[in-house]
Design a protein around this ligand. Structure first.
Ligand code: FES
Length: 109
């Protein structure tokens, strides 16, 4: 178990994202429109853009630069120009803490 504290549950608003760095990896902690918390790689796979600066809608986050949307559960881009997924990291909520395991992405092997 390599999960570590990323932030507090209340540190991220609904339909918003917070950028954190864990083990040297930039991670976007995203609270979707239903209030569920996700952790994905913060860097858009199309360019050097922080996804946490993008727009959260339902279970997606949209890169502000060229409009690719990424599914928060799978990391997959839903439209071009991005065509490679971002990593999705396991999230555990313990009390008010959001724990993320950046060493074991769920979707990339
Ligand atoms: S940099 Fe994100 S879609 Fe182009």
């Amino acid at each position: 178990m390599t999960a570590q504290r990323a932030c507090g549950v209340g540190d991220v608003a609904v339909s918003a994202a917070l950028k954190v760095e864990l083990d040297g990896i930039d991670v976007a902690i995203v609270k979707d429109s239903a209030g569920a918390i996700h952790a994905i790689g913060d860097n858009c796979t199309h360019g050097d853009i922080s996804l946490s600066e993008g727009f959260v809608e339902d279970e997606t986050i949209e890169c502000w630069a060229h409009g690719s949307q990424f599914a928060l559960r799978s990391g997959k881009p839903l439209n071009l120009p991005a065509f490679e997924p971002v990593p999705v990291f396991p999230v555990t909520i313990v009390g008010d803490d959001v724990l993320v395991d950046v060493q074991n992405p769920l979707n990339l092997n």
